[in-house]
Design a protein around this ligand. Structure first.
Ligand code: SAH
Length: 347
């Protein structure tokens, strides 16, 4: 029965070597199969051409490879690519490739749906179905790396965990995927090129600092005033700004790595000087920069991007206080691939 078989990629290299030894084979065979699974991205045991037929059959009888399948690839007029990714249990997530002249960035999902309920995010309309496994996260990156080589003639340069889900609520699997992405057995990418974006789960930010993962941290702040933040990101009632601040201070003390705050300015919600002043105060806690994100409307029309004057007011106030600020333009809007638009619409 298919369901009795184990997912072979849940095994570490050592476990795989031990499995072969237990079968009376050499531990080297484990390394060979491991390489097929991770370096060469084999989708089936049949692909493992330097492994004997009998061994392949034995593997087939004991294991499955739960590889993802890119079901639909859409290309935006600005070059952005969105993959609808089918998982082995038929659920779907999305990942995005964002090309710029200097780099190509993969935006990957960490969960199917999301358990948070940010009022402005399309993914929040899908309930959280399950966490992604490390190999499912890794596969999304490999698929985008391949597309980057194919369409842009260069390997993937950066990864952001800004797709579906809250990465810090699937901590272990996300970190296992990061380990694989950065290890020589996997893609050998530098952790400095990986950014985990979180809505701000204080306990997990501290854990991330303790684990010395060397990745970058981005926090979706959107308001530095508790009442407003709770209105638009209700989980702020459980993890208020004071707890977030303490966790970020802990993070910086341990890692010395500057934090990025993601921030959208909406009309009538956080477009007043008092809002920008609160952000400036928050920015003084730890070294940081602010990324002002363009709002990508989701269908219900409750939120509207603030006027350009309001955005300029923020920019000016931040700059006057010596805080680095960048403005992020949306990419891939025409195929619903922009921030906050991932909701499996095309599947
Ligand atoms: N859960 C994580 C990662 C996913 S969201 C987090 O909250 O950080 C990735 C980014 O897109 C976050 O900064 C989020 O606030 C932003 N975002 C969500 N909906 C958006 C929308 N409609 N327009 C623009 N950005 C949005």
């Amino acid at each position: 029965m298919k369901n009795d078989k184990k997912d072979i990629r849940a095994l570490t290299k050592q476990q795989l070597q031990e499995f072969f030894v237990a079968q009376g084979d050499k531990s080297f065979r484990g390394s060979q199969v491991y390489e097929w699974l991770w370096n060469k991205g084999a989708h089936s045991f049949e692909d493992m051409t330097n492994v004997s037929k009998e061994t392949r059959k034995m593997l087939q009888d004991n294991f499955v490879i739960n590889h993802i399948r890119v079901d639909l690839m859409q290309r935006s007029s600005d070059g952005t690519i969105k993959n609808a990714v089918k998982l082995h249990d038929n659920l779907t997530v999305e990942s995005v490739l964002i090309p710029t002249p200097k780099r190509t960035t993969a935006c990957v999902s960490s969960q199917v749906g999301c358990s948070l309920d940010c009022k402005f995010c399309a993914t929040a309309t899908l309930k959280r179905m399950r966490n992604l496994n490390p190999d499912e996260i890794y596969d999304q990156v490999v698929a985008i790396d391949n597309e980057s080589r194919l369409y842009f003639d260069k390997p993937l340069s950066n990864i952001v965990f800004m797709g579906m889900g809250e990465p810090l609520m699937n901590y272990n699997n996300v970190m296992k995927a990061v380990e694989k992405i950065t290890s020589k057995d996997g893609l050998g990418m530098s952790p400095k090129r990986i950014t985990i974006s979180t809505s701000g789960v204080p306990k997990m930010i501290k854990k991330l600092a303790d684990d010395e993962a060397k990745i970058k941290l981005a926090v979706s702040l959107h308001s530095a005033i508790d009442e407003i933040r709770t209105q638009i990101m209700p989980f702020n009632a459980t993890f208020p700004l004071q707890d977030l601040k303490e966790a970020l201070e802990y993070w910086y003390a341990k890692t010395k790595s500057r934090i990025t705050y993601e921030y959208i300015v909406w009309e009538g919600i956080n477009d007043q000087p008092k809002d920008a002043e609160a952000l400036v105060r928050f920015c003084k806690y730890v070294p940081c920069k602010v990324n002002l994100i363009e709002y990508n409307p989701i269908d219900d029309g409750q939120f509207q991007q603030a006027s350009s004057q309001a955005t300029h007011m923020y920019e000016k106030m931040l700059e006057q206080n010596g805080i680095t600020v960048t403005v992020r333009r949306s990419r891939g809007k025409d195929i619903d691939a922009a921030c906050g638009q991932l909701a499996n619409k095309s599947s």
